[in-house]
Design a protein around this ligand. Structure first.
Ligand code: GLA
Length: 376
């Protein structure tokens, strides 16, 4: 009788999706939970490890932050590809959004104010006169609730958070869900959902800083990127869009064919120099198609970005200046990582010609972004 138990268990596993976390004792656990310290007000923070055996992600309840992401290189050697800190303390003190879930509205809202349905709203200004990434205490700085959600796509954790009416100046109670899944196709899939009881803008994204050669391995300027975007939204000196949608052709923003990130740096007018631009994804660049591809010639690692969103902010870590010391005590220098923040256009509340970012009661905001890993 005993010898038949594993067969019965395996058969049950085919039927019960959650079994991947509780499979036979010799198989690795696919979702593991650990304590990761406490916030200054005593709230416990948990960290979850999701793995498919090749790709391993660590995500924590503070900020629904992606802490580590280990993927194989061309020789099959695993290595972490995201900047961050070894302890919760690092994230609590000086985190420039490493791995963070950003909201209620990612990117900039000009003048930190907007009007909606005839009412004026004043937001928390945290970027000169503007509001950036949700304000002073955005979704990256709150402790989320977590639930293991492992299902047919693979090991998963769902984070939930209620942003109260008036949070950082935004109207309505907003219930937000963010689910991280490590899929069998070596993807980190991030699904977002939100509902509200008053009309409010909502733009959620993930702000991971990738370096495909490893977070301690210097600049990303020799990595190559392709972005399926024929257009971008030009901005002013404060990176607030002018409202125009301009072609990338003939500019250093043309990544329609794979190009070394640093190749045209000297043509950029930004200060500090680097990319920090909103690319308007082509109509055929939405999920299930690939929107952007990054390749690291040193390790052969590749990221493909797939998203439901109309745009991606491509940012080359221009504001890193060596003052933030991350994993292993490494001082993160300018251009030591890149971000591919899939989102709506910045400052959409002030531009009727941009796709709307307003969520109304009865509607559900949804977005899915996938970072898919391979090596060549
Ligand atoms: C985004 C912005 C940048 C910067 C970083 C965080 O990428 O576009 O300007 O604020 O976040 O430092």
């Amino acid at each position: 009788m005993r010898s038949r138990l594993p067969i019965i268990a395996a058969a049950a596993c085919l039927l019960v999706a959650t079994c991947v976390e509780e499979s036979a004792a010799d198989a690795p656990r696919r979702v593991a939970r650990m304590d990761f310290g406490k916030t200054p007000d005593g709230t416990a923070v948990e960290i979850y490890t999701l793995t498919n055996g090749k790709v391993t992600a660590k995500v924590m309840t503070y900020g629904a932050i992606l802490v580590d992401l280990v993927v194989p290189d061309r020789d099959g050697k695993p290595g972490d590809v995201v900047l961050g800190f070894d302890t919760l303390q690092g994230y609590l003190t000086a985190n420039p959004y490493f791995g963070a879930t950003v909201g209620r509205v990612a990117n900039r809202v000009g003048g930190a104010k907007f009007s909606l349905d005839g009412k004026d709203y004043q937001l928390a200004a945290n970027n000169g006169p503007n509001s950036l990434h949700g304000g002073i205490k955005g979704f990256d700085k709150v402790v989320w609730k977590a639930k293991e959600m492992t299902g047919p796509d693979g090991p998963a954790v769902q984070f939930t958070h209620r942003s109260p009416d008036g949070d950082e100046g935004y109207p309505g109670n907003l219930d937000v869900r963010v689910t991280y899944t490590v899929t069998a196709a070596n993807e980190l899939k991030i699904d977002y959902a939100a509902t509200t009881d008053k009309a409010t803008p909502v733009v959620l994204t993930n702000h991971s800083y990738f370096n495909l050669a490893g977070p301690a391995s210097g600049s990303i300027l020799d990595e190559e990127i392709a972005i399926k975007a024929a257009n971008y939204t030009p901005g002013d000196e404060e990176m607030i869009p002018t409202g125009s949608i301009a072609p990338v052709k003939g500019t250093p923003l043309d990544f329609t064919t794979p190009t070394k990130i640093g190749k045209r740096f000297d043509q950029l007018k930004a200060e500090p120099i680097g990319y920090d631009h909103n690319f308007v994804l082509d109509a055929d660049a939405k999920l299930p198609n690939v929107a952007a591809t990054v390749f690291d010639p040193k390790t052969g690692r590749v990221i493909e970005l797939l998203t439901t969103e109309p745009a991606v902010q491509f940012y080359t870590g221009n504001f890193l200046d060596g003052t933030v010391k991350g994993k292993g005590g490494v001082a993160y220098a300018k251009n030591q990582a890149l971000c591919l923040e899939a989102q709506h256009f910045p400052d959409s509340v002030h531009h009727a010609n941009f796709p709307s970012t307003i969520l109304r009661p009865g509607q559900t905001y949804r977005q899915t972004t996938i970072y898919r890993f391979s090596a060549r």
